[in-house]
Write a protein that binds this ligand. Structure first.
Ligand SMILES: [Zn+2]
Length: 216
């Protein structure tokens, strides 16, 4: 109860510090006003070695998307999360025909140490919300077992691959379903999604769909 109240108070502070206005044009009301929402171009899906399809809402180079991703990462905002999940849902509908009902939604995890420091994992918040929207179960199954440098800070592709290699593991006792939709906030070279998918496929998953807000 107390935690809930603190959370609510925190949320109100966020509203006070960041009054809701369109991140693109500044119009008050929503983080993406209707006019700007209609101008968001969903990029074509792409494949990675271990990910069958990656669907992104937009490009990280679009200033409003970049702002939204950063804002969600450092200031947990329910309203922003809901608007971003609506965008994810729209992109999924545009680029995915059907999903088997046994599909589970997973999030790219962060280490326990980071979670304690930040208080939440923004990818998990998105994945939870998306699972409600798609009416598919959210599942914890993947762990991040060591700290990595932020991929966005590393320019060299080879270094990015090395940075993330071996960073994930399957939770003890977890059996991945055949089809998994894995959620992250941003995918730059796809190295993180690809490594997570490699671990999940090694443990038996057959098909992996990646869904992100921003493609780097
Ligand atoms: Zn706008």
């Amino acid at each position: 109860m107390i935690l809930k109240l603190i959370h609510k108070a925190g949320s109100m502070c966020v509203q006070f510090i960041f009054p809701r206005m369109c991140l693109e044009c500044g119009k008050p009301g929503k983080y993406f006003c209707l006019a700007c929402l209609n101008r968001i171009q969903v990029p074509p899906p792409f494949e990675l070695e271990n990910v069958d399809k990656v669907i992104a809402v937009s490009s990280y180079h679009k200033p409003s998307i970049k702002k939204a991703v950063r804002q969600l990462k450092y200031h947990h905002s329910q309203d922003l999360k809901k608007e971003l999940v609506e965008l994810m849902y729209g992109a999924i509908n545009q680029h995915l025909d059907t999903l088997p009902p046994q599909t589970k939604i997973l999030a790219i995890p962060i280490t326990e140490k980071r979670r304690r420091w930040r208080g939440f994992n923004q990818s998990e918040l998105l994945a939870w919300e998306l699972s409600k929207k798609l009416n598919l179960p959210f599942s914890h199954g993947l762990l991040k077992i060591r700290e990595t440098r932020p991929q966005t800070e590393i320019k060299n592709r080879k270094e990015r691959l090395e940075n993330i290699k071996g960073a994930f593991a399957i939770m003890p006792g977890y059996t991945p379903p055949n089809t998994i939709m894995i959620v992250d906030d941003i995918s730059t070279t796809g190295a993180t999604l690809n490594e997570a998918a490699r671990v999940l496929k090694n443990a038996g998953a057959q098909k992996i769909i990646g869904v992100v807000i921003a493609k780097g």
